[in-house]
Write a protein that binds this ligand. Structure first.
Ligand SMILES: [Zn+2]
Length: 113
């Protein structure tokens, strides 16, 4: 998942392990967790209020945090379910497109297949 490492290198890795508004741990074991693309991270139920948040699977957060801590050489050898990779890749593609405001991302993503 080169997108995860790219976000780290660009300094836009989202806050995934705690609510970015109140710093409270967000239960990443939950089925779905609120995520703000504009603010760049997860937001707990108490802080979500009437915000229109994306609901992302807690499993995706756990996978992303795990992969973020891996070296590039190890990353390619990770065994992750193909469906999970596809869903996680879509999320990270959308996130990076939003954060980096890059038009080249679509071309880059097309080259990765
Ligand atoms: Zn909160």
């Amino acid at each position: 998942m080169v997108e995860i490492k790219l976000s780290l290198l660009e300094g836009v890795f989202p806050v995934l392990d705690k609510c970015l508004r109140c710093d409270k741990k967000v239960p990443i074991n939950a089925t779905r967790v609120g995520f703000s693309f504009s603010e760049g991270g997860v937001i707990c139920c108490q802080c979500a209020g009437h915000l229109a948040l994306a609901k992302i699977p807690g499993k995706m957060i756990r996978t992303s945090l795990h992969l973020a801590g891996q070296k590039f050489s190890v990353l390619a050898k990770q065994k992750v379910d193909a469906g999970e990779i596809r869903e996680t890749g879509k999320f990270w593609g959308s996130y990076l497109r939003d954060k980096l405001e890059i038009d080249w991302w679509d071309n880059f993503a097309a080259c990765k297949t």
